[in-house]
Design a protein around this ligand. Structure first.
Ligand code: FAD
Length: 598
């Protein structure tokens, strides 16, 4: 059974050529992030991913997390791996230095995160959600809350959770019912039930810091009446040490299709006297904070898709090299060959490889924009970069995760019957990937956000700015006047034209005929993902072409980059025009049939 191998060479290529780390390192606060440092971090993270996390991936899947009498036991080896994870400083990579973090650019930590996900996504979820909770407290926590919780959450001594979902409130958080009643001492008593809470209970740390959405007694209905509370599992004494157990209990954990190692908890708040919590930020503005945090978490779930897809690809590639079946098509000898020699298997592998590379490049370009939005000395530059990152996050989340399911499914296909057999491991990737299009907002919700808030609201201004950049790349490819760059340019031109049609349709129809744009929202998200990924593949092709012209001795690597971009242009980008058709013309047929005829 193959284990995970960190794609270090590819990651370095992205950092040098597509999302240049040296540009990020020029900004104040990022100066230490040199290429040498990033290389060393990626190598060390790669060793940890391969040596510690990856071997536990199948163990976590087989054993799963176990619940007994309100306590949760993580799978064998999880506790030791977590101890090593935090003592290695991995928990704090991108956290603010003020509370003990290492303040590394998101660009570097995103690639490290991809490795954790490729090695063991169920494990990686715990630090991912802790980081989300850290960000919310950094952003809106009081001074006292920050000093009480942040140092120990940043170090990983305690973990954090996000408590949004309730049985009647999933995508629609306006339906949240959990109540928070103010007390004379300034605290609140929280009562309610939260479901599907990732790592809501675990045996890795002494305390868990829950961030909980709830309503105060006089809160307005709907999303404008939701506040955010911090509710620790154990209350803290004056000196910061652990005090009494709070009134929050894990009632059960879910039995799931995938990510078995990650406990998904039902939490009961306030079954007896009420769980003690404290307001984070202003009353009734909890959803705003949660959304900022969710944006970061959505990007992270996109990285889950990329890590899982990379691992599924690696496993399928290893199998395709080793499995012998049939003889070479058109060959004369009739001798048996490894299935990698069959054109259809090769097509599937290329489809996996090219999309993984496109997704990684796109995510890194967005991560660099997040760094620019945080650190650039010029305010206009910061604003533009934030706008770009905001536009792209639903695409990184939605497109990368939808792709990960398809890529993991192709991985099963390449294994033939063995892919369907659990011991091979390919099936686990498919089961694990399946959740990524659901949590942190389903693909439907990402697409609604993209179409409504990110495109229609500014009349398509930001996306047209992105399209201009795509056109610049196309022009540069044409200027080279060489194969396969011209073919890549032609395909990019068609993709961009399809994207532009989709944008125009959304801008023209969103306000007047919202159902029409809603039908096309997910196809549009996919269309945008494909074209944005193709834009990055085209940039990769240009960079590889340049290196080859410069006489690089890594010819095989750069030739493969060109070939992969060419494949993407021929097999992936060409789907853009079909999707544009669905966006522009697909609404009537989707809406025509009565509900009871469906
Ligand atoms: C393993 C796991 C871990 C999770 N971890 C957490 C966690 O840590 N914290 C937490 O708070 N939650 C967590 N969740 C909950 C998760 O975020 C929700 O399941 C998700 O947001 C979808 O909500 P729902 O399940 O209620 O589905 P619903 O909202 O009922 O959606 C059902 C379907 O309807 C569609 N739909 C609903 N509304 C709309 C709309 N307005 N427009 C278009 N389509 C729509 C959806 O896209 C979906 O296809 C987790 C869930 C799982 C399964």
């Amino acid at each position: 059974m193959s284990e995970y191998t960190p794609p270090l060479r590819d990651m370095q290529f992205v950092l040098r050529e597509l999302a240049p780390l040296d540009q990020v390192a020029q900004m104040p606060g990022c100066e230490e992030a040199t290429m040498d440092l990033a290389k060393a971090i990626l190598e060390e993270a790669g060793k940890f991913a391969t040596g510690v996390l990856s071997p536990l991936n199948a163990v976590g899947d087989r054993e799963g997390a176990r619940w007994q009498d309100g306590e949760v036991a993580t799978p064998t080896g999880w506790r030791d791996a977590y101890r090593q994870f935090i003592s290695g400083g991995w928990n704090a990579l991108s956290c603010d230095t003020e509370h003990g973090g290492q303040g590394l650019p998101r660009l570097v930590s995103a690639l490290v995160e991809e490795m954790w996900n490729g090695a063991n996504v169920s494990f990686a979820l715990c630090p991912m959600l802790t980081r989300g909770a850290i960000e919310a407290l950094e952003l809106r926590g009081s001074k006292a809350q920050k000093s009480a919780y942040l140092p120990r959450m940043v170090s990983g001594e305690w973990t954090g959770t996000m408590n949004l979902t309730e049985p009647q409130a999933g995508s629609d958080l306006s339906a949240v019912r959990t109540r928070a009643v103010p007390q004379a001492d300034g605290s609140y008593r929280v009562h309610g039930q939260k479901i599907f809470i990732t790592y809501g209970e675990q045996d890795l740390t002494d305390n868990i810091i829950h961030l909980v959405l709830a309503r105060t007694p006089d809160a307005p209905t709907g999303v404008k009446g939701i506040s955010l509370f911090v509710v620790p599992k154990f209350l803290l004494k004056e000196n910061g040490s652990l005090g009494a157990r709070n009134d929050v209990r894990c009632v059960s954990i879910e039995h799931k299709l995938g990510i078995h190692g990650s406990p998904t908890a039902v939490l009961a708040f306030g079954d007896t006297e009420g769980a003690t919590g404290w307001l984070v930020g202003e009353e009734n503005r909890g959803l705003e904070t949660m959304f900022i945090m969710m944006n970061a978490a959505r990007f992270s779930v996109g990285l889950e898709g990329i890590g899982l897809a990379e691992r599924a690809y690696q496993r399928a590639l290893a199998y395709a090299r080793q499995r012998t079946q049939g003889s070479e098509i058109g060959g004369r000898s009739g001798s048996k060959v490894a299935i990698i020699r069959h054109p259809d298997v090769r097509r599937m592998l290329m489809s996996m490889k090219s999309r993984v590379e496109a997704m990684r490049a796109l995510a890194c370009v967005v991560a660099a924009a997040m760094d620019t939005a945080r650190c650039h000395p010029d305010a206009a530059h910061r604003l533009q970069s934030q706008g770009f990152a905001d536009l792209m996050i639903p695409v990184v989340k939605g497109w990368s995760t939808e792709n990960s399911i398809d890529i993991a499914s192709l991985g099963v296909q390449i294994h033939g019957g063995m892919g369907f057999i659990e011991e091979t491991g390919a099936a686990q990737h498919l089961r694990d990937a399946r959740i990524t299009t659901i949590y942190e907002g389903t693909t439907g919700i990402q697409a609604a956000d993209l179409v409504g808030r990110k495109i229609a609201r500014d009349g398509g201004q930001m996306i047209r700015w992105v399209i201009e950049h795509m056109r610049d790349v196309e022009a540069e490819l044409v200027r080279k006047d060489e194969s396969p760059l011209v073919a890549i340019a032609t395909s990019l031109r068609m993709g961009v034209a399809a994207l532009e049609q989709g944008v125009q349709f959304i801008v023209d129809h969103h306000a007047r005929e919202p159902k029409k744009t809603a039908v096309g929202a997910v196809p549009f998200l996919e269309l945008f993902g494909i074209v944005a990924g193709g834009w990055q593949m085209a940039r990769a092709a240009l960079a590889a072409h340049q290196r080859l012209s410069d006489g690089s001795d890594d010819t095989a690597f750069y030739r493969a980059k060109l070939d992969t971009a060419h494949f993407y242009a021929d097999h992936v980008m060409v789907r853009a025009s079909g999707l544009a058709h669905a966006v522009l013309h697909g609404a009537d047929s989707a809406l025509a049939i009565d509900d009871d005829r469906l």
